[in-house]
Design a protein around this ligand. Structure first.
Ligand SMILES: C[S@@+](CC[C@H](N)C(=O)[O-])C[C@H]1O[C@@H](n2cnc3c(N)ncnc32)[C@H](O)[C@@H]1O
Length: 289
């Protein structure tokens, strides 16, 4: 039997180790609210449940999943999507004219609104003869199941989806809305912990890593930012959340990410000095930067 504060400290350390996410003191209520239903299901108290997840990897995975924060919406913040349609996409269409293929990574996709928002824009603006792939990845298996299902409640649909796009791309199934099969076919799912190596993903023309770095400690953030560099194709774009920055990185890493302004949206690209090099040594050259 552990005390409530010992239980919180243990969960906090475990979450930091498994997912990189920080649950600081003061978040006890949140941790308990997220884990209590699992404890009840397992037939034990909150404190005993914490002891259980320390020993049982299957229960631990469920607890970590339950502790992810999955807040999202359609066309979140709007301006990045406008900048994609107006500037990034036309630029990429020129840059990739030889292959006529675009690859996009929604790297903390939550329930899929980010990936499907991009899919709607590609469906409308990608010229005939082009192909695309959107990879949606997340740590949470529950969220990946949701992307796969492509089903959303009315409350979720009300968050940022214009009525014209609802009519065009969704059909009603009972009390929910289901995304059109051709949009779902544009999205490939991947389980990817951002703190683990990025293997077998290929490289991308646009990476969205939005509203997730805020949950990590500085060293975890910097490690992810470093490992994202070789994941971008030359001339590709990297989007982080509006409250996130690369500027607090160590100088070599901050310089490796070149910041560009598109209207009021800041986008990142690999600085030309690094982009000219073969990709593999990029992250290695910044190790410990
Ligand atoms: C707040 S949501 C952001 C969703 C979307 N990118 C947006 O901006 O609307 C953060 C997502 O990051 C995921 N996440 C948290 N830690 C992660 C990790 N270590 N690896 C991969 N995904 C993680 C969570 O499961 C959650 O779905």
């Amino acid at each position: 039997m552990v005390s409530a504060s010992e239980a919180f400290a243990a969960v906090s350390a475990l979450t930091r180790r498994e997912t990189g996410m920080i649950y600081d003191e003061g978040k006890e209520y949140l941790v308990e609210a997220r884990l209590q239903p699992l404890a009840t299901k397992a037939g034990c108290s909150f404190a005993d449940y914490v002891t259980k997840i320390l020993a049982d990897p299957i229960e631990r995975a469920k607890a970590m999943d339950a502790l992810t924060i999955n807040e999202t919406s359609w066309f979140r913040d709007n301006a990045p999507y406008q900048a994609f349609t107006d500037v990034m996409l036309p630029d990429l269409l020129q840059a990739r004219a030889a292959t006529r293929r675009l690859r996009i990574w929604s790297a903390a996709s939550s329930s899929g609104q980010e990936a499907y928002s991009i899919a709607m824009l590609l469906d409308q603006h990608l010229p005939p003869g082009w192909t695309s792939e959107i990879v949606a990845s997340d740590y949470s298996p529950t969220m990946l199941d949701r992307v796969r299902a492509g089903r959303y409640s009315q409350v979720e649909m009300n968050r940022g989806l214009p009525a014209t796009l609802l009519v065009k791309y969704f059909s009603r199934v009972g009390s929910e809305w289901e995304v059109a099969p051709h949009l779902r076919d544009m999205v490939t799912l991947r389980s990817q912990n951002l703190t683990a190596p990025f293997t077998g993903l290929g490289t991308f023309d646009l990476i969205l890593l939005r509203n997730v770095l805020i949950y990590f400690e500085k060293d975890v953030r910097h490690d992810i930012l470093r490992r994202m560099l070789p994941m971008l194709n030359p001339g590709g774009y990297f989007l982080i959340g509006s409250s996130e920055t690369t500027l607090d990185s160590p100088p070599a890493l901050a310089a490796a990410w070149q910041r560009e302004q598109i209207g009021r949206v800041q986008v990142h690209r690999v600085a030309p000095a690094l982009a000219d090099r073969p990709t593999a040594p990029i992250a290695a050259s910044l190790t410990g930067a």
